[in-house]
Design a protein around this ligand. Structure first.
Ligand SMILES: Cc1cc2nc3c(=O)[nH]c(=O)nc-3n(C[C@H](O)[C@H](O)[C@H](O)COP(=O)(O)OP(=O)(O)OC[C@H]3O[C@@H](n4cnc5c(N)ncnc54)[C@H](O)[C@@H]3O)c2cc1C
Length: 435
């Protein structure tokens, strides 16, 4: 491909956003794409992750059917994306429902994150995923008309476009928007994934993913693929309190199952039996940041995707699907200015074309994810305001029933939004031509 003109896209991160983007563009004969990942190996880290119908549909569209497979994607047979149970009585108080028409294979699914990442990796050329490469900085090589991306080991590479898909603490985002570092929300998750054999003896073990709510905390239980089970406990404190427990906790570190058992000691016998059987747990302090003003950075050649673009901290279990839809929208925007043809294109997109592609991408995604962020921060403020308040059983039940209906997040149609943005552009061009 030495003499073939190509558009070089460098992606920072090989998480869900980074890998999905690489897959979405891999068939373009003149796009040259590499992922640079900080981790030294893509090993099994993380616990359960959910994908809504939006993410599942997009994976399907991109031909990533192995990720939809029953062996790794666990769906609630009832079709309810989530079922909310009472902490003492175990009765179902409330349910989420899909609003639009959702095919079975696109139903909300729970994964062991490592299974999902592995399914994505199967679609990527391993020689294009460069490990132990942590992003350091990006500058402009004016003579070459390219970006120069530098890594912390001192090496560098050039790019026409840089996509920061480097997660919630994105170094790419912070290098352009220094004030965008996420802060602790006061919420801590205690995540465990283990073989279901640890809990299969428990009578009434839920067959479906359930969120059990009590006055001061919640517990999430779900089966996962390959005979795994997940338990996610939680603690909410006021992050501003000087003595807030877990104030200095580090993300993804060993937790103490005895703390978990103490937290849930007054809950239903089912909950106590499950928590007693949890073999280990890990601690994940939750962080979040507000929306940034623009997704088009660095003279119109740098942008962001996934948690790097919208550090919402995993609320609504939406992070995976938002990342997948970002990847689709980024790829669709690039393909709009640089369509894949069977013959090598004679013209590489100009600076103006690239800036237009990144604007299209931003217009497709930013309004939606900004709304997600506003909703998340509003919810976080309410959670903190409740800390230390005594809630009656009636109030708890009312709160369970008056949750935000998250279907606008989980069933968002990224393709329809992209098409309407394109149509808007067409109309504007017509209007300008008439003037
Ligand atoms: C190890 C890990 C475990 C997780 N576990 C869970 C979980 O159990 N449940 C859940 O709901 N969500 C989890 N998440 C978050 C979840 O994956 C994301 O919210 C969501 O999938 C969005 O994906 P993303 O690609 O934007 O970000 P991520 O999945 O966070 O991927 C970002 C990638 O960028 C890499 N990276 C970070 N900084 C740099 C840098 N400076 N240079 C190069 N590469 C960099 C990271 O190593 C990572 O591979 C986890 C994330 C990670 C990284």
């Amino acid at each position: 491909m030495a003499d073939t003109p190509s558009l070089r896209i460098v992606i920072i991160g090989a998480g869900i956003a980074g890998l999905t983007t690489a897959i979405a563009l891999k068939h373009h004969p003149a796009i040259d794409i590499d992922n640079y990942e900080r981790a030294s190996e893509l090993r099994e880290i993380g616990a359960s992750i959910a994908l809504g119908p939006n993410g599942m549909r997009t994976l399907d569209k991109l031909g990533i059917q192995n990720a939809l497979d029953e062996s790794i994607a666990f769906r609630n047979e009832s079709g309810h994306p989530m079922i909310y149970r009472h902490y003492k009585t175990n009765e179902v108080v409330s349910t989420d429902s899909h609003r639009g028409s959702v095919e079975y294979r696109h139903l909300t699914s729970r994964f062991y994150r490592a299974h999902l990442q592995q399914a994505l990796l199967e679609h990527v050329d391993p020689s294009r995923v460069h490990l132990s490469k942590a992003f350091h900085s990006v500058s402009r090589d004016v003579t070459a008309g390219k970006l120069l991306v530098t890594f912390t080991d001192g090496t560098n590479t050039t790019a026409d476009i840089l996509l920061g898909a480097d997660g919630i603490h994105s170094a790419v985002r912070r290098s352009f928007v220094a004030t965008s570092a996420p802060t602790w929300t006061g919420w801590v998750a205690f995540r465990s994934v283990f073989p279901i054999s640890h809990v299969s003896h428990i009578a009434d073990l839920p067959d479906e993913a359930v969120h059990i709510w009590g006055p001061d905390r919640t517990l999430f239980l779900s089966r996962l693929g390959k005979d795994l089970f997940t338990v996610v406990g939680s603690s909410q404190t006021d992050p501003a309190a000087a003595d807030a427990p877990y104030k200095d906790a580090v993300w993804d570190t060993d937790g103490d199952v005895n703390v978990l058992r103490e937290y849930y000691q007054d809950w239903s016998p089912l909950v106590r039996a499950v928590v007693d059987a949890v073999p280990h747990t890990r601690v994940y302090p939750n962080t979040a940041a507000h929306a940034i003003d623009s997704w088009v950075l660095g003279d119109g050649r740098v942008t962001l995707a996934g948690d790097a673009a919208h550090a919402h901290g995993g609320a609504f279990a939406a992070g995976g699907s938002l990342a997948i839809d970002d990847a689709w929208a980024f790829a669709a925007s690039i393909l709009e200015v640089f369509p894949a043809t069977t013959t090598a294109p004679s013209r590489i997109p100009s600076e103006t074309d690239i800036a237009r592609a990144l604007r299209l991408y931003e217009k497709t995604r930013k309004e939606h994810t900004d709304r997600v962020l506003r909703t998340v921060h509003q919810g976080n403020r309410k959670k903190v305001a409740r800390v230390g308040k005594v809630e009656t059983d009636e109030e708890l039940r009312a709160r369970m029933k008056s949750r935000e209906d998250p279907s606008w997040i989980h069933e968002h149609d990224v393709e329809a939004t992209f098409l309407s943005v394109l149509a808007g552009e067409g109309k504007r061009a017509e209007e300008q031509a008439r003037l």
